[in-house]
Design a protein around this ligand. Structure first.
Ligand SMILES: Nc1ncnc2c1ncn2[C@@H]1O[C@H](COP(=O)(O)OP(=O)(O)OP(=O)(O)O)[C@@H](O)[C@H]1O
Ligand SMILES: [Mg+2]
Length: 141
C-alpha cells in the first residue's frame, strides 16, 4: 500500500497528479476520510488536471454533480457523488449509482462505505487522514 504524507495543501497537487495517472486503470475512485479530511479539495485539483473548466462544488443537493467537457476532441463526463447524507443502499440505487459505476464516465465518490457492495477490485481507493492541522496522510488502498 502506497502512503504519502503532505505537509500542507501546496503539496496536494503531486497527489492529484498521481491519481490522474492511475485513472487509466479505472475511472471509478472512492475517497475515504473524515469530515474536513480534504476529499473535495483533492477532487478539485484532480478535475483541474483533467481540464474540467467548470467550478467543482461539493455535492449536497443533488447528491450527484455531473460535469461534461471536451479536451483535445475527446468528450468525457464525470459524476462527483457525496453519499454522506444517505443511510440506505436502496437510496443510492434509486439515484442511479449502479449506472454511474458501470458506464464509462469518471466517477468520484465521497463517503463510499454505503456502496462498498458494488466496489470492484479495479476501482481506485484513496483514504485521507488528518496528520496535524494542515498535514495529511494519503493512503492508496
Ligand atoms: N493538506 C491539506 N489537504 C487538503 N485539505 C486541507 C489541507 N490542509 C488544510 N486543508 C483544508 O481542509 C479542508 C478540507 O475540506 P474538504 O471540503 O476538502 O473536506 P472533505 O473531506 O471533502 O469533507 P466532507 O466530508 O465534509 O465532504 C479545506 O478547508 C482545506 O483548505
Ligand atoms: Mg467533501
Amino acid at each position: 500500500m502506497e502512503e504519502i504524507i503532505i505537509k500542507d495543501i501546496s503539496e496536494l497537487a503531486d497527489v492529484a497528479k498521481r491519481i490522474v495517472d492511475k485513472l487509466s486503470e479505472s475511472r471509478k475512485v472512492f475517497f475515504y476520510g473524515e469530515v474536513g479530511a480534504g476529499k473535495t479539495t483533492l477532487i478539485k485539483q484532480i478535475c483541474s488536471l483533467m481540464h474540467i473548466k467548470d467550478e467543482i462544488t461539493s455535492p449536497s443537493y443533488p447528491i450527484i454533480n455531473q460535469y461534461f467537457w471536451e479536451y483535445k476532441g475527446v468528450q468525457s463526463s464525470l459524476n462527483h457523488i457525496d453519499l454522506y447524507r444517505l443511510n440506505e443502499l436502496e437510496e443510492a440505487i434509486s439515484i442511479g449509482i449502479e449506472d454511474c459505476l458501470e458506464d464509462d464516465s469518471y466517477c468520484f465518490v465521497e463517503w463510499p462505505a454505503l456502496i462498498e457492495p458494488f466496489a470492484e477490485d479495479k476501482f481506485l481507493k484513496i483514504k485521507i487522514l488528518h496528520h496535524g492541522v494542515s498535514s495529511r496522510k494519503i493512503l492508496f488502498l
